[in-house]
Write a protein that binds this ligand. Sequence first.
Ligand code: FES
Length: 153
Amino acid sequence: MERNEFIKSLGLGIAVVCAGSCLSGCGSKSNDPSPAGGGTPGGGGTSGTKVNVDLSTQLLTVGSFLSSGGVLFVRTATGNTTSSFIATQATCPHQGGALNWIQANNLIQCSLHSSQYSASGSVITQPNDGGTTQALKIYSTAISGNTLTATIS
Ligand code: FES
């Protein structure tokens, strides 16, 4: 084998190996186990998706909250009944900021532009950047044993 032929064949082998690595690295994410199935800006998860919280270990105290699967869960009262919880979108309808529960004021507040929402999702305060936001989606909840389930709508 001539020197030039050897170099050409070596280059082709490297190209085949690189192409295989790149293609496998760019595969689809159809096996993504995310419970929300991805999120939508300002919305939360995919409609119809159910998101669970284990009440034996989470949301144990009044005023506690967590975001999971595109849902913001808030405990507003004692007892494991659906009336003790709020389930709403985890991100702000304005520009997707993270939402948090402010127990002292009994409201939901955006971490990005400080818009505020009531426990029923209505707008209390518009964003501080001059923009406008809209009411939050409130998701239906169910409790079975120690599992709180919200259904994204
Ligand atoms: S993203 Fe929430 S107020 Fe702007």
